[in-house]
Design a binder for this molecule. Structure first.
Ligand SMILES: [Zn+2]
Length: 247
């Protein structure tokens, strides 16, 4: 199936509706396509945790025309969520609104940010068999810098492979000129640095580069980035796709 046909099929399934299994801390947890949980060659599929970076008072990077990173992160994360859900994965989002998820009663921006990150990390501890995918946008002083780059966490051996696959597939599907390489994340990338399971952070592109901004605010390009991440995760799990469209 071509990319666009595949996305169209996924969207048809979405319109048909998917089962909302339960709500966790105000975050929707869902399993797609009749709530059947998909299996991998290795057994039960891991829970996919999607983390749209920033939110609420923390907008992340900013671009021209009041473009804010947190909004693009959420838009791409929603598409990614739907791709996994319609294929039978259990998917959890760390946020589905423009909010910080710090504990109620936390005051001060620094304390709120710390609490927010801690609560995001909690998702990886609550669903121990998980794959953690954090979605972000980059920004740099030099406006010529552009393109997707994937960072991976140091704790799980699968993180590097997943990062490599996403980097390779984004480049081959969307950005043949991109020479960036996947890179190990340091302490400053708290969530993937601390996560125990396979964990990557996808910097989809640069809000400081005009062409990237044009792409990243385009819903079709957003779907293509999400699709590349989705396909890479399937490859990582050793799965064929689509896995449940015929069922
Ligand atoms: Zn960010």
């Amino acid at each position: 199936m071509t990319l666009l046909k595949y996305i169209a099929a996924a969207l048809v399934l979405l319109l048909a509706g998917y089962a909302v299994a339960s709500g966790i801390s105000g975050v929707v947890r869902m399993t797609g396509h009749g709530a059947r949980r998909v299996s991998t060659p290795g057994g039960r599929a891991p829970v996919i945790i999607i983390d749209p970076g920033h939110g609420g008072i923390d907008g992340g990077a900013t671009g021209p025309n009041n473009i804010v990173e947190k909004d693009i992160n959420l838009e791409i994360a929603f598409i990614l969520r739907d791709l996994f859900a319609v294929n039978g994965f259990e998917v959890v989002m760390t946020r589905e609104e423009d909010i910080s998820i710090h504990d109620p009663g936390t005051s001060g921006i620094r304390a709120q940010k710390r609490s927010d990150l801690r609560n995001r990390l909690d998702f990886t501890e609550r669903f121990t068999d998980n794959i953690f995918i954090s979605v972000h946008q980059n920004k740099f002083g030099d406006p010529d810098q552009r393109g997707t780059q994937i960072f991976y966490g140091p704790n799980h051996p699968g993180s590097e492979l997943l990062a490599e696959l996403v980097q390779r597939n984004v480049v081959s599907m969307l950005q043949p000129e991109n020479r960036r390489e996947h890179k190990r994340g340091g302490r400053n990338l708290f969530l993937i640095y601390e996560a125990r399971g396979p964990a990557i952070l996808v910097e989809c592109g640069f809000l400081s580069n005009p062409q990237d901004v044009k792409n990243l605010t385009d819903s079709q390009y957003q779907a293509q980035i999400a699709f590349a991440i989705f396909c890479s995760t399937m490859e990582f799990l050793g799965m064929e796709f689509p896995v449940s469209l015929a069922g």
